[in-house]
Design a protein around this ligand. Structure first.
Ligand SMILES: Cc1cc2nc3c(=O)[nH]c(=O)nc-3n(C[C@H](O)[C@H](O)[C@H](O)COP(=O)(O)O)c2cc1C
Length: 323
């Protein structure tokens, strides 16, 4: 079977939380899933179960860390390993202000030595796979030479797996959202990186919307990471097990079946005090572009927030969509 990073889902703050991942796991048993970013500081000092707790069904799962202090990152990585994470990943791609001020995220593209020291500490502290997610570069860095320098410097620390979001981040003047849309995609540079550093595992990310596109990239690189496409149209994940991982069959055959397969998880969460809408907000794209999809979304939006809302809301909403 191909490695789980062949097709992975992206770390996305507010989106790829544990409830979302548990739903995606109904659709694919094999894809590697990344958590939202959690700062090393929060992992060490915060409410750990709340921040990095997850459900066993979510494996294979990677914890994404934010930070640039080697000692802290090492400590957080050790905690991740103790929690049973399969991988720990360092965020070197996120351009938000909050992240800039804390000296982590995409600004680290200009600090490859710092990243290398950090990853040495992570590898030393945690006996699990250690990876980096980065951009091509930032601001006015030269496109390919600075990417190569970053990768060479960081891989000397022992990291051999990089996920490259195939565009630059412009740290001044663009919002985080614009930084996912405006800097041009340069898939060619990521393909070139793999060609010139074949010993490294390189996954590509950014603007990949279909499994055909993913297949195309896999001619050049080792993995494809899907972000918004997986969130906005989760059904795309329902055929990856057979297509990319050689599974005999995909886990569910229809969107309705997927939803029903998620019910036991929802029930278990309601039983421990979670609200229905914590989970239903991740289901809004399931019937995307399907007859009845709009009615499904409207019904869920109007009813999942009500006090005591339970599975009946989803049963009723599902009945609005022809099976
Ligand atoms: C809502 C949202 C939150 C994100 N949060 C993170 C994050 O915490 N860490 C990170 O490395 N990237 C984050 N990203 C970027 C994605 O991981 C990914 O690199 C980006 O969306 C491009 O991939 P896509 O075109 O497949 O969505 C976020 C993206 C979105 C849409």
């Amino acid at each position: 079977m191909r490695p789980n990073y062949t097709l992975s889902t992206a770390p996305m703050m507010e989106w790829s939380d544990r409830h979302c991942r548990a739903f995606w796991r109904v659709l694919t048993k094999h894809s590697l899933m990344y958590t939202e970013m959690v700062t090393a500081n929060a992992v060490i000092h915060g409410n750990r179960d709340y921040l990095i707790g997850y459900n066993d069904v979510e494996h294979p799962i990677a914890l994404q860390l934010g930070g640039s202090d080697p000692a802290q990152l090492g400590e957080a990585a050790k905690i991740a390993a103790d929690y049973g994470y399969d991988e720990v990943n360092l965020n070197c791609g996120c351009p938000s202000d909050r992240v800039k001020s804390g000296f982590f995220g995409a600004c680290l593209m200009a600090e490859p030595e710092t990243v290398a020291r950090s990853m040495e500490a992570v590898i030393e502290a945690a006996p699990i796979k250690a990876t980096v997610k980065n951009r091509i570069g930032i601001d006015d860095q030269e496109d390919y030479p600075s990417l190569l320098n970053f990768i060479d410097t960081v891989s000397a620390s022992g990291v051999n797996h990089f996920i490259v979001h195939a565009r630059k981040a412009w740290l001044n003047g663009l919002s985080p959202k614009e930084n996912r849309e405006i800097p041009p995609l340069r898939y060619d540079l990521v393909h070139q990186l793999k060609a010139e550093r074949p010993q490294l595992e390189i996954a590509i990310n950014g603007g990949i919307n279909t499994l055909d596109e993913a297949d195309e990239h896999l001619q050049h690189v080792d993995g494809v990471m899907l972000g918004r496409a997986a969130y906005q149209n989760p059904w795309i994940l329902a055929s990856v097990d057979r297509r990319f991982f050689g599974a005999q069959s995909d886990p569910v055959a229809t969107r309705h079946e997927a939803l029903r397969a998620y019910f036991p998880y929802i029930e278990s969460q309601l039983a421990v005090g979670a609200k229905l809408h914590y989970m239903t907000r991740h289901l809004m794209g399931l019937f995307n572009a399907q007859p009845g999809g709009k009615q499904f979304r409207r019904y869920v939006s109007e009813n999942a927030y009500k006090d005591g809302a339970g599975l009946a809301v989803l049963e009723d909403a599902m009945a609005l969509v022809p099976e």
